[in-house]
Design a protein around this ligand. Structure first.
Ligand SMILES: CC(C)(COP(=O)(O)OP(=O)(O)OC[C@H]1O[C@@H](n2cnc3c(N)ncnc32)[C@H](O)[C@@H]1OP(=O)(O)O)[C@@H](O)C(=O)NCCC(=O)NCCS
Length: 191
């Protein structure tokens, strides 16, 4: 079991993933639009989705925190996942996210990521969060840009996909100091 907290944003509930999410997850995980762009193979059956959720709910190493489901407040529908992985205590983690294509372009990934980034810097005391994208994943790169990540460079042959193919990886990073500048200033404006 993971012990992730539930986080709330204006439109979303970000809560630990559950087996009850299997149908909603399979709805998008079976399409070729989501997994391959994020580095995982499309799911071929609901049984596979259930096994994958079970694995997501089981923390096996100190470098895992668990996976959150992104859920719409309006109808409780699970529309994606978000996680901090390759986690090093009080140091750094990588941010990953996926959203059901029926809900793309509405700002949901950005909204979910903002609160997860806040959790990472403010509660986990991280000094760095990074995102790695395929070179042609312009949607994810735009999400990084909107979140305030800095495009740091390309790790050549830096990513091996589920099918063994090797790709360059574009790396975006944010430090705790940058987070404080971007987000605390915004929060002060709201108060
Ligand atoms: C990446 C992903 C999570 C984004 O989810 P989302 O909820 O649509 O994200 P947002 O709505 O917050 O932002 C998407 C932005 O990309 C923009 N965008 C969409 N297609 C684009 C393209 N081809 N080129 C450039 N920008 C594009 C959108 O217009 C939007 O920017 P805007 O708000 O300035 O208009 C979603 O596309 C996805 O699940 N992709 C497959 C999995 C994946 O790639 N995960 C990330 C791995 S690094």
């Amino acid at each position: 079991m993971n012990s992730l907290p539930t986080l709330y944003t204006e439109r979303l509930i970000i809560r630990p993933i559950s087996l009850l999410d299997a149908d909603d997850m399979y709805e998008y995980a079976k399409t070729p639009l989501v997994g391959p762009t994020a580095g995982w193979a499309p799911h071929t059956s609901i049984q596979e989705t259930i096994s994958i959720i079970k694995a997501m709910m089981t923390i096996k190493t100190p470098y895992e925190l668990g996976v959150w489901a992104i859920v719409l407040k309006t109808n409780n529908k699970m529309i994606g996942t978000i996680e901090l992985y390759n986690y090093y205590y009080h140091f750094k983690a990588e941010l990953g996210y996926s959203v059901n294509p029926s809900y793309w372009g509405k700002g949901y990934a950005t909204e979910a990521a903002q609160t997860v980034i806040a959790y990472g810097f403010e509660f986990l005391n991280l000094k760095r969060i990074e995102v790695g994208t395929f070179i042609d994943n312009f949607q994810s790169q735009r999400v990084c840009e909107k979140l305030g990540f800095i495009k740091e460079g390309i790790a050549r042959n830096g990513y091996v996909r589920y099918d063994g193919k090797i790709f360059d990886k574009l790396i975006f990073g944010m430090t705790n100091k940058e987070y404080a500048q971007i987000y605390k200033k915004e929060r002060m404006n709201i108060v």
